[in-house]
Design a protein around this ligand. Structure first.
Ligand code: NAD
Length: 529
């Protein structure tokens, strides 16, 4: 809650000017080779590896997260992404052959992945470094320019990160205007959506996602919506509790719970419910919270967005008033008293439908525990939620965990683990229901930053070309329809006899153009017709 500096709240005109600069740069970069793009990413990667701690300290100062959370959530995932793009990105952006079907058997078909041009990204404050590098690395690798609007709650760090990006562009010989960072409020974000970019990747709340989609409709700008989440974390009676306990704490309290794909709803089987609570309660009560840049290591840091601690506390109070058990945390201190906006790691047991916390995204350090006893029941409880981003299922048998996960309404499922679908950068990231649609990251997300252009050409140009068959030439002949019917029967008829009859009828049409009435009967003509 201290002033770090000032940055411009850009006007719509300034945002448009940034898009125009990016547009010019994109015209150069779209012709770059994959090896040039890899060179740029490797320069970034080298800088990140050599300056990991500084990157984390800058993120901690801007967002209040502990350094370890920054290493895991900001640096490791970014390095993993760059590594994946360099290793496999080209394979998925090269032209891809496709089958040409029956009628076009003499054609070669393929998809070419053409850079979109200028990608616009609007991102939140929870991971100031990764939220910038995530769209940046993919958009540039796919041959685009990027205009990125960072959050008004985490803009200061873009000074350092922006210098890193500019230096990397210069060192790689890429156009200096290829990446434009926009600072400001919602109006600047709106100007980006309506300012003529070729696609918008919006990462933020469901509420603002709807505004973005509405604004994008005017210009028919495609949008990817990566919205809120309220992930289910399911524990069966035979799960390995030693493994589950520590992972569940990370799922709930990493980055002080400010994760879109964070564990919020912990469904624990009746038979191990009390044991689970006995194990996690003392650990949660003993988590150390404080200044992430102080002399002592801390387990939990601060909340970033002003007012978020009050909002989280409101949800906890409502749950307790409606019968939930408060087993740890749950006390709100003022920012001046606490030395910042801190909300303690909180544990609620016996959470049930009807409480606000059952439905609303918390986006804070609260583990809500729910009791269940049959697999059908837990699937129904987990799916009783407006969000559907990530999920985790822990069971003694991987088969049972997989069976439960397959029934969850979620974009991602980690089996006997948490968050691994995000670490595997070849996988698409995204949700269902109010968590948004379309995918960012992974093969699908990378290709989504391109126009998938369909191309079809002659497979043997010297031997065979398209020509209009005589019955169909203008003016069309009287046997044109009979010829068409024969063709359909020959290619798609059910069985060889039917197809042979079609071929005979087709030849008859060609040899006796005037005798169509008799010849086509029976071949390709249904009884009803
Ligand atoms: N699914 C994901 O990948 C993902 C990742 C991180 C966070 N989130 C979600 O983000 C939310 C928290 O972030 P937040 O509070 O910054 O979200 P937010 O929706 O308030 O803001 C996100 C961004 O949108 C901008 N914005 C605000 N009004 C706008 C408008 N009218 N037009 C265009 N842009 C506008 C903001 O300035 C900010 O940069 C949570 O709901 C969380 O679940 C989702």
């Amino acid at each position: 809650m201290q002033l770090l500096g000032h940055l411009p709240a850009m006007s719509a005109a300034e945002v448009k000017a940034r898009i125009a600069r990016a547009r010019e740069a994109s015209k150069v970069w779209r012709r770059s080779s994959f090896s040039q793009r890899r060179k740029l990413l490797r320069i970034l990667l080298k800088f990140i590896v050599e300056n990991t701690e500084t990157i984390c300290r800058v993120s901690a100062r801007d967002s209040g997260k502990p350094l370890l959370d920054a290493i895991v959530g900001e640096v490791v995932v970014t390095c993993e992404k760059i590594h994946w793009l360099c290793k496999e990105g080209e394979r998925y952006l090269r032209p891809e052959s496709r089958s040409s079907g029956i009628m076009s058997f003499y054609k070669a078909a393929r998809v070419e992945y053409i850079p979109l041009g200028v990608v616009g990204a609007i991102v939140p404050w929870n991971y100031p470094f990764h939220n910038v590098l995530n769209p940046l690395t993919a958009a540039l690798f796919a041959g685009n320019a990027l205009v990125i609007k960072v959050s008004e709650h985490a803009s200061w760090s873009t000074g350092y990160y922006g210098r890193m990006i500019s230096s990397a562009l210069a060192a790689a010989g890429a156009p200096s205007d290829l990446v434009q960072i926009v600072t400001g409020y919602g109006e600047a974000g709106n100007a980006l959506v309506t300012g003529g970019v070729d696609k918008v990747i919006f990462v933020g709340s469901t509420q603002v996602g709807k505004l973005v989609m509405r604004a994008a409709a005017d210009t028919l700008t495609p949008v990817v919506l990566e919205l809120g989440g309220k992930d289910a974390f399911i524990v069966t009676e035979d799960a390995d509790l030693d493994q589950v306990v520590q992972i569940s704490l990370k799922a709930a309290y990493l980055n002080c719970g400010q994760n879109c794909a964070g564990g919020e709803r912990f469904f624990v089987h009746d038979k191990v419910y009390d044991k689970f609570l006995e194990r996690v309660t003392p650990l949660i009560r003993n988590l150390r919270q404080g200044n992430p840049l102080g002399p002592q290591p801390v387990d939990c840091g601060a909340m970033c967005m002003p007012g978020l601690a009050e909002k989280v506390h409101g949800l906890v109070e409502d749950a307790v008033a409606r019968g939930a058990l408060l087993l740890a945390g749950g006390k709100l201190r003022s920012a001046s008293e606490a030395g910042g906006q801190f909300y303690p790691p909180t544990l609620l047991a016996d959470v049930r439908p009807g409480m606000k916390i059952w439905e609303e995204e918390v986006f804070g350090p609260v583990m809500s525990v729910v009791r269940w006893s049959t697999d059908d029941e837990v699937v129904a409880l987990a799916n009783d939620c407006p969000f559907g981003l990530g999920s985790s299922v822990f069971a003694g048998s991987q088969r049972r965990a997989r069976a439960i996960a397959s029934r969850l309404e979620a974009g991602m499922s980690a089996i006997n683990d948490f968050g691994t679908t995000y670490m595997c950068q070849s996988l698409p990231f995204g949700g269902v229901k109010h968590s948004g649609f379309d995918r960012f990251a992974g093969i699908e997300g990378l290709r989504g930053l391109c126009v998938p252009k369909s191309v079809c050409e002659d497979r043997f140009p010297l031997l065979m070309k398209s020509s209009i068959p005589p019955p169909w030439e203008f003016p069309v002949k009287s046997n044109a329809v009979a010829f068409g019917r024969s063709l359909v029967a020959m290619f798609y008829g059910p069985g060889l006899i039917y197809q042979a009859a079609g071929l005979a009828a087709l030849l008859h049409c060609l040899v006796f153009p005037g005798a169509h009435g008799k010849t086509a009967r029976g071949a390709g003509k249904s009884k009803a017709a």
